[in-house]
Design a protein around this ligand. Structure first.
Ligand code: PGA
Length: 245
C-alpha cells in the first residue's frame, strides 16, 4: 500500500458518472504526463469502475488509478456491488469513499464508510474519505461539529496518516462554481488538523469547484495538502494545468 504521507501534494480527479471508451482514448492521448515528471506529488484519476481496467493500461506513473466507491460487503448476494478485492485486482491504488453524492443520494452513513475503509485497507487500497457540510449546516453554524463527527465516525480501525487521505468538500461548493473564501478553506483545514485529536499530520485535500484559475491559490494555503477535482478534471488540458499549479 502507498504511504500517502510521503507525498508533498496529492491531486485527484473524480470523473463521477462520465466516460466512454472514446472519451478515455481521447483523454489519455491529450494528457501529457511528461509535464508531471520529477516532482514529489501524487496524481490520481478515478474513472467509473467498468473502465478501471482499460484506464490502467493507458496510465503511467506518476499518475495512479483510483475508484469512486466500493462495497461495504466483501462477497455474496449483493447485486450491483463492487468489492475492494475487485478494485485491487483491477490495479486500483486509491478509492474515494463517503463522497457527499453517495452520502446524500445513496444514504450512506459514517458506519458504512468505516466498513468500506476497512475493506479497502485489507486490500492495500488507500481510502480518500470525504467530509463536508451543507449550506444549511454552514449557515446554522454547525459546520465544525458536522465535520468532526464525520471524520471521527468514519475512520476505520488502524487508520493512520500513512494510509488514509481526508478530503474536505463543502457540499454547496460541489459543481456549483462557488468556493469558500481562502480564509474559510484555511480555517476548516486547520480545524481538522489542530482540533481533531490525532489528525495533525494527515493529508487533507480540498474539493469543490476547483479549476485552473483557483487551484494554485488554494493549494498554496498552509494546511491544504492537495485537491479533489470533479468537473474540471474531465478536460485533460485543464487537469494538467491544475496538476502543475
Ligand atoms: P467539482 O466536484 O470539482 O465538480 O465541484 C468535486 C467533487 O465532487 O469531488
Amino acid at each position: 500500500m502507498l504511504d500517502v504521507n510521503k507525498f508533498n501534494k496529492i491531486i485527484a480527479a473524480n470523473w463521477k458518472l462520465n466516460a466512454s471508451f472514446d472519451f478515455i482514448k481521447g483523454y489519455f492521448d491529450q494528457l501529457n504526463i511528461d509535464e508531471l515528471k520529477n516532482n514529489e506529488n501524487c496524481f490520481i484519476i478515478c474513472p467509473p469502475s467498468p473502465y478501471l481496467n482499460s484506464c490502467s493500461k493507458l496510465m503511467n506513473p506518476p499518475v495512479l488509478l483510483g475508484a469512486q466507491n466500493c462495497s461495504k460487503y466483501n462477497d455474496g448476494a449483493y447485486t450491483g456491488e463492487v468489492s475492494a478485492l475487485m478494485l485491487a485486482e483491477n490495479q486500483c491504488k486509491v478509492c474515494i469513499i463517503g463522497h457527499s453524492e453517495r452520502r446524500q443520494i445513496f444514504n450512506e452513513t459514517n458506519e458504512d464508510i468505516k466498513l468500506k475503509a476497512e475493506n479497502l485497507l485489507k486490500n492495500d487500497i488507500n481510502p480518500i474519505i470525504c467530509v463536508g457540510e451543507t449550506l444549511e449546516e454552514k449557515e446554522g453554524g454547525s459546520k465544525f461539529d458536522i465535520i468532526q463527527n464525520q471524520i471521527t465516525n468514519s475512520m476505520p480501525k488502524n487508520a493512520s496518516k500513512h494510509n488514509i487521505i481526508v478530503a474536505y468538500e463543502p457540499i454547496w461548493a460541489i459543481g456549483t462554481g462557488l468556493t469558500p473564501s481562502l480564509e474559510d478553506i484555511s480555517e476548516i483545514h486547520s480545524f481538522i488538523k489542530k482540533s481533531i485529536k490525532g489528525f495533525d499530520s494527515y493529508k487533507v485535500l480540498y474539493g469543490g469547484s476547483v479549476k485552473s484559475v483557483n487551484s494554485e491559490q488554494i493549494m498554496k494555503l498552509k494546511d491544504v495538502d492537495g485537491l479533489l477535482v470533479g468537473g474540471a478534471s474531465l478536460n485533460p488540458h485543464e487537469f494538467i494545468k491544475i496538476m502543475t499549479s
